[in-house]
Design a protein around this ligand. Structure first.
Ligand code: NAG
Ligand code: NAG
Ligand code: NAG
Ligand code: NAG
Ligand code: NAG
Ligand code: NAG
Ligand code: NAG
Length: 304
């Protein structure tokens, strides 16, 4: 479903680690380092997209698969790295970029008659996390392959972990309280959770909801940084697995969706009501940002 996209990088294979706090001279494990580099995004499409919200708070301008997102006065350079058919009338484009405070990713909704209908953004700083902005504008894409170069400035991004998050333990994934986790994909990544979405009542029955761990993945050896969502389902089979989905990386070298065998604990989250009890909507109130997030999460659940 997700079109193959190759990203070739002009990066040296330096070790990528957390940033060093210049006061303490210690590495801060809850940080990731973007190395100064130029990467080339090699897409099999060529998209130009621009639009803005009615209040002028959000602007997006993309030409030839790269450009910027402006949120008030905050300007983030982004590249488009995926084109995803979405239902019968829409195509989604995923974007990723970074500025001095956070890593930003998003989804651009384009209709088949070339109208930009919405822009959904999520970032690691929490400042603009989970914003679904009604942006209108124009999209134009054709199937001409296009390589765009993209300059990354060296930045240290600090991730503020949620005070509580689920634990996971499997052969290739590990996340325990108070520590940066780890996941092995095509290479080893540190796993830094930055947002939890309680979606236990988002399922199509009262028992098949899930909890999402929105995370930054930072590779230990070859420099790659991704944002991805671990979905931990309430219904566990005999061999429990977590779903890693929506992986959006500066280097597109990982599958965007994969299942990883792991045990996990989501008991800290509100249990959904038993089938005969209150309607599912009553359970929605416990999580403050739930409304937008649940729409987002339903999108996550249905994309494959
Ligand atoms: C560096 O460490 C000091 C002492 O722990 C702390 O106060 C400061 O906020 C840290 N700086 C950064 C940029 O994290
Ligand atoms: C947006 O795109 C349209 C069509 O490509 C173009 O005419 C217009 O000038 C662009 N606007 C901005 C602000 O880039
Ligand atoms: C797609 O567009 C057609 C024609 O505009 C409309 O009838 C249909 O309801 C739309 N489908 C969805 C899923 O929005
Ligand atoms: C993009 O870069 C790749 C790898 O360097 C090259 O094979 C391809 O021909 C380039 N495509 C375009 C459209 O320039
Ligand atoms: C990832 O692989 C390395 C090397 O095989 C191993 O030492 C490490 O424990 C693995 N990490 C996880 C989270 O499984
Ligand atoms: C409910 O969701 C499950 C898993 O997400 C899916 O396999 C099943 O087909 C869905 N059932 C209906 C009736 O939509
Ligand atoms: C974002 O908002 C648009 C317009 O209201 C809506 O069609 C879309 O489903 C929303 N997307 C998400 C992920 O919430």
């Amino acid at each position: 479903m997700i079109f193959a996209v190759l990203i070739f990088l002009g990066l040296t294979a330096t070790s990528l680690q957390a940033c060093v706090n210049k006061t303490t001279d210690q590495q801060d494990p809850w940080s990731v380092q973007l190395l100064q580099s130029t990467l080339t995004v090699n897409n099999d499409f060529d998209a130009s997209i621009n639009g803005s919200s009615a209040d002028g708070q959000y602007v997006i301008e993309i030409v030839g698969n790269k450009g910027k997102v402006i949120q008030n006065s905050r300007n983030t350079q982004v590249v488009v790295n995926n084109q995803i058919p979405w239902g019968s009338n829409l195509t989604l484009y995923s974007i990723i970029g970074a500025d001095s405070t956070s890593i930003l990713m998003g989804w651009i909704y384009c209709s088949h008659d070339d109208l930009l209908t919405a822009l959904w953004l999520e970032d690691t700083s929490g400042l603009a996390g989970f914003t679904n902005s009604t942006v209108v504008g124009n999209c134009h894409a054709d199937s001409t392959a296009r390589n765009s170069s993209y300059a990354i400035r060296e930045e240290c991004i600090t991730v503020d972990p949620p005070s509580v998050y689920p634990s996971m333990q499997g052969l290739d994934v590990s996340l325990q309280p108070h520590n940066v986790g780890a996941v092995n994909l095509s290479q080893e990544y540190d796993l830094l959770p930055f947002e939890i979405v309680d979606c236990l009542d988002c399922g199509n029955t009262s028992t098949n909801g899930w909890v999402e761990i929105h995370s930054v993945l930072s590779s230990k050896s070859l420099s790659n940084i991704c944002i991805g969502i671990f979905c931990l389902y309430a219904e566990k089979g005999p061999d429990p697995m977590v779903l890693l989905s929506y992986l959006n990386c500066f280097q597109q070298q990982e599958k965007s969706t994969q299942w990883l065998p792991a045990t996990y604990d989501i008991s800290a989250y509100t249990s959904p009501p038993p089938p005969s009890a209150t309607p599912a909507s009553d359970a929605a109130t416990s999580f403050p940002q739930s409304t937008v997030m649940k729409i987002v999460s339903l999108m996550v659940a249905t994309i494959f």
